[in-house]
Design a protein around this ligand. Structure first.
Ligand SMILES: [Ca+2]
Ligand SMILES: [Ca+2]
Length: 338
């Protein structure tokens, strides 16, 4: 399994009311005249804050602007120390791909408020003839955790709720869904900007608190412990779900996005390169060029999932790469759009 994921689990068990007569576009702004003769200048920020995609999913406007992407190397000793609490082999190389922290400008875009659900993906399957999700599942026998090939999450009660996130979809499946819905996958930079929810240089989607405040998301929690007694969890935190939770079950971040930390990892459009931040474009980076059909090429996944702990995989700057053809029980996606 060629993946860059550090599998902690496996290891550790306005509305603006206008009667518009005409609209004149001027250099990206518009001058609008109402029946009352009132002129109002608008710009990109007057786009609707929320829209509904062709797939019925709510999308939220993420404003244009700069943000600080990645992790400052000065934080690495502390992060390694924290990570060693649950994984003794944790080392700086696990985090170096997040450095250097750098300023990135991202144009305004829309992001799905939630991860794509089983019910939404079923419509795609029915419309296109794409196969039902099938991939690698999780087998737990006592303290032993292993992969199970041929796993069909829609046949498993722990994953098949209509509002649970779809899993076992490849990067190509996710991309095909996004295109069918008139959308696209987010770039890695868009994902991190969206994940931060407007909070500058915070460690998590909810801020810096660790353990997380109540209702922050679906992580390895006290309910996980009941299902998997030998696993490490976030002690004292209980989100009520041992596996995936229905999307949007917890508090949204500052942009109104749900589950940007935990529940399922999310595919991004970019190819993964652990040295990419060293010289990546400062505006709208889209990741390194694809080297396909290079079998070693991986695609970015973000955000951590339901079995992750606080310190490592759930951080908003955490990067991972996955084989684009692989379909895992812990990887889903959400879409972006212009
Ligand atoms: Ca949980
Ligand atoms: Ca997620």
């Amino acid at each position: 399994m060629k993946l860059k994921r550090n599998l902690a689990i496996v290891l550790s068990i306005s509305t603006v009311l206008l009667c518009s007569v005409f609209t004149l576009r001027i250099n990206g702004s518009s001058q609008e005249k109402t029946t009352e003769g009132v002129k109002k200048m608008t710009n990109a920020s007057d786009k609707p804050k929320e829209i509904i995609g062709k797939d019925g999913a709510k999308m939220v406007l993420i404003p244009a602007g700069e943000f600080q992407m990645g992790t400052d190397s000065a934080e690495m000793p502390e992060l390694v120390k924290l990570s060693k609490r649950f994984e003794a082999t944790a080392e700086a190389s696990w985090i170096e791909d997040e450095t250097p922290r750098h300023t990135v400008y991202v144009d305004a875009f829309y992001m799905d408020a939630c991860e794509v659900t089983n019910a939404q993906y079923k419509k795609f399957v029915q419309a296109t003839g794409c196969k039902e999700p099938e991939g690698i599942g999780l087998v737990v026998e006592g303290d032993k955790v292993s992969d199970k090939f041929g796993f069909k999450p829609w046949q498993d009660k722990n994953y098949n709720g209509d509002n649970q996130p779809v899993v076992c979809v490849s990067w190509e499946n996710a991309k095909a869904y996004a295109e069918w819905a008139g959308k696209r996958l987010p770039t890695e930079a868009e994902w991190e900007k969206a994940g931060r929810g407007g909070l500058a240089v915070k460690r998590y989607a909810w801020g810096d608190e660790c353990p997380p405040p109540k209702n922050s998301g679906n992580f390895a929690d006290e309910t996980t412990k009941k299902a998997f007694p030998s696993w490490l969890i976030i002690n004292g935190y209980d989100d009520g779900y041992a596996y995936t939770a229905p999307v949007g079950s917890y508090k949204p971040n500052g942009y109104g996005l749900y589950d940007m930390a935990g529940n399922v990892w999310e595919w991004c459009a970019d190819c993964y390169d652990n040295k990419y931040y060293a010289d990546s474009p400062k505006q709208n980076p889209k990741g390194p060029d694809s080297k396909a059909p290079d079998p070693e090429e991986t695609r970015v996944i973000r955000g951590g999932c339901w079995y992750n702990l606080d310190t490592f995989d759930l951080r908003v700057s955490k990067r991972s790469g996955n084989d684009p053809a692989m379909m895992y029980y812990d990887v889903g996606f959400r879409c972006a759009g212009l």
